[in-house]
Design a protein around this ligand. Structure first.
Ligand code: 0RQ
Length: 503
């Protein structure tokens, strides 16, 4: 597989994953590639986990900090978390073992907007970046690096790290070369200038990463697939949510507030998001575009059918079947898919300029439109905010969706007050559950509350919610955003005490 490594001096740095992992010292801040199961290093993290395990066995408290693009895979987050090898993790994860350790207080976790990571690292908020471990699809003769199936923060890791370890993955399709757009014009203030992107499919950068070859201390050849799980077929709730969103978009087109081809779409991860895309693929809109962070099965199907003209993202997030389909036909899709650094795919300036339609999942919403995307019962992290904040605040229309009930009906996802706020009432325009859709634009808090209850809450919980608002209106301290502070989180307390929000 060394035919992917065309730069002669780097061939002399080819070594095993164990040898490369031995070059990462305890306490290191390590920037790893990887974004939603795509393009993460497949061998070095596991080798490092073995090294950490034996260090711990001999009493050496070896741990590292792991910075990534977003979530990765069991071979990275899972392997390192299992051996208690992660001191600090940022910015988004979805690994069960990481989640368990974070919630047990054994691992520090910093959950920040994905678009903010690069500038925070350049500003030095997290300290120096000691080592980058980055998967690439190849190294060209002149030393440029062909990116893999995700970009994430790789440009920042490569530019910023003192030392770089490359995994050159021959499983990645060579036809990926030319699909990426690496923009080298970002600066810290006060040197910032406008980013010259005015349409979702504009290319404003270069196809490869630049990297000083002297910084590259190891090159590890691999041939391992990206690991992503399959989506489950859309259930009844997802199909209904998708139906409400489609009806809403058609209404907006009729009103003249959206063009017939809509505006660039952003769609989050998960089964509901995928169901919405399936709905769009069967719906009336043609020539759509996407300006999003992950390209999942539903978007690939839309590209295939021609409904989606082009998609800009930072990573693939495909099931094994969709991945095989893409790989078999990559050259055909290449010109219509653009993978960018996440500081560009999620950039507030671009999301606002393009007028993106953002559609993301949530854990719960409250009567006034505040949304919790990250924490169960106020204190336990689920995954992280990911890009949902980048998109929600800056989108032309920001939509959040969830089934109205969770945990077999024990939990109402519409509550008096959210137990954690990720997206404030000012950033949330549309709430959707299988019950219906609440368009909160142009409404005051009291008007919003009535609409959210009647359109989105499950009928079982509607009387309790109406009762709360009415009593808050009459006996609460203020009439702008009525609350009973002693009761606002009582539903969550009841769930923690009794296992259900039902009285
Ligand atoms: O837990 O599987 O243990 O039962 O939360 O819920 O319904 O499977 O929803 O997979 O669509 O994820 C917000 C987490 C939704 C996701 C979130 C429990 C529920 C289940 C998951 P179990 P579902 P989804 C682009 C944009 C933030 C990042 C983001 C997410 C589990 O969408 O991570 O948007 N978003 N990024 O039972 C207690 C409630 C609950 C609840 C659900 N109200 N209370 N538990 N659950 N509602 C991508 C990136 O940024 C990379």
């Amino acid at each position: 597989d060394s035919d992917r490594i065309l730069h002669a001096p780097l061939r002399s740095r080819i070594m095993s994953a164990d040898e490369a992992a031995a070059l990462i010292p305890s306490g290191a801040h390590v920037g790893m590639s990887g974004f939603t199961g795509a393009g993460y290093p497949k061998l070095v993290p596991a080798a490092l986990a073995r090294r950490i395990e034996s260090a711990h066995a001999s009493g050496d408290p070896f741990r590292i900090s792991v910075w990534t693009g977003a979530s990765t895979a069991p071979e990275l987050d899972g392997a390192l978390a299992k051996v208690d090898g992660i001191e600090m993790r940022l910015p988004y994860q979805s690994d069960p073992e990481c989640r368990r350790r974070i919630n047990a207080g054994q691992m520090e976790y910093i959950d920040i907007h994905l678009s903010h990571v690069a500038q925070a690292v350049w500003s030095g908020f997290f300290g120096p970046l000691d080592v980058a471990v980055v998967e690439v699809a190849g190294v060209l003769e002149d030393g440029r690096l062909v990116p893999s199936s995700s970009i994430g923060n790789n440009k920042t890791w490569i530019d910023r790290a003192d030392r770089v370890i490359l995994e050159v993955n021959a499983w990645q399709n060579p036809a990926l070369h030319g699909m990426h757009d690496i923009y080298y014009g970002t600066q810290l203030p006060p040197r910032r200038v406008p980013i010259p992107l005015v349409r979702a499919d504009d290319r404003i950068g270069e196809s490869c990463f630049r990297c000083d070859p002297d910084k590259i201390i190891a090159v590890v050849p691999t041939r391992h697939p990206d690991r992503n799980s399959a989506f489950s077929a859309p259930d009844e709730n997802s199909r209904r949510i998708a139906g409400h969103i489609l009806e809403f978009l058609e209404h907006e087109v009729k009103k003249g507030r959206l063009p017939r081809e809509l505006l660039p779409l952003q769609s989050g991860v998960g089964n509901i998001a995928n169901a919405v895309l399936e709905g769009l693929n069967e719906g009336p809109f043609e020539n759509m575009t996407a300006f999003t962070e992950v390209l999942q099965d539903g978007m690939l199907a839309m590209l295939k059918s021609g409904k989606l003209r082009c998609a800009s993202a930072t990573a693939f997030s495909l099931s094994p079947d969709a991945q095989a389909e893409l790989n078999a036909d990559l050259a055909r899709y290449r010109d219509r898919i653009i993978l960018r650094p996440q500081e560009i795919s999620n950039h507030p300036e671009l999301i606002r300029r393009l007028g993106v339609i953002a559609m993301n999942g949530m854990i719960e919403a409250d009567l006034y439109g505040n949304v919790n995307s990250t924490h169960l019962m106020g204190s336990q992290i689920m995954n992280g905010i990911g890009g949902s904040g980048d998109f929600a605040r800056n989108a032309y229309i920001s939509i959040f969706m969830t089934p109205s009930l969770a945990k077999d009906g024990a939990i109402s996802c519409i509550v008096p007050m959210v137990s954690h706020v990720d997206h404030t009432e000012h950033d949330v325009q549309v709430l959707v559950t299988e019950q219906g859709l609440a368009d909160l634009r142009g409404l005051s808090p009291k008007q919003r509350a009535r609409l959210v209850i009647d359109r989105c809450a499950h009928p079982d919980f509607r009387p309790m919610l109406h009762d709360y608002v009415e009593r808050a209106l009459h006996s609460g301290a203020g009439r702008q955003t009525p609350h009973l502070l002693g009761e606002a989180l009582s539903w969550h307390q009841r769930y923690l005490a009794t296992g259900t929000m039902r009285p």
